[in-house]
Design a protein around this ligand. Structure first.
Ligand SMILES: [Mg+2]
Length: 123
């Protein structure tokens, strides 16, 4: 059965690139433009197997989104990857503390993201 990925980024171009890559890899993709949108879209939605989120977004950023997701029983153990231009150590630490599983620095590379997903998501 196909797995579902939640892709969150305020850049439509970036979102489309990630969604395209994951769709081609067999995922069903739910797209959201920021944290609040993501929370709204998963409510009553399909079970999400992996989350790929940007950090800097309006309304609700990636760190806040991760904190909110980790409070939910259904997202306690879901792999959450940050995909961001931020490479600062303090940001990474904040992401880790919020519950991020992995951290990928942009520019977006389809091979890298699929490799990381394969590592954190049991087949
Ligand atoms: Mg952004």
């Amino acid at each position: 059965m196909g797995k579902t990925a939640l892709v969150v980024d305020d850049s439509p171009t970036m979102r489309q690139m990630v969604a395209f890559t994951l769709t081609n890899a067999g995922f069903k993709v739910v797209e959201a433009e920021h944290g609040k949108d993501a929370i709204a879209k998963i409510a009553g939605g399909p079970k999400v197997d992996i989350v790929v989120t940007d950090l800097n977004m309006p309304e609700m950023d990636g760190i806040s989104l991760i904190k909110e997701l980790r409070k939910m029983a259904s997202f306690k153990f879901t792999p959450i990857l940050m995909l961001t231009t931020e490479s600062a150590a303090d940001k990474k630490q904040a992401g880790k503390e919020a519950g991020a599983t992995g951290w990928i620095v942009k520019p977006f590379n389809p091979e890298v993201i699929l490799k990381v997903i394969a590592k954190v998501l049991p087949a």
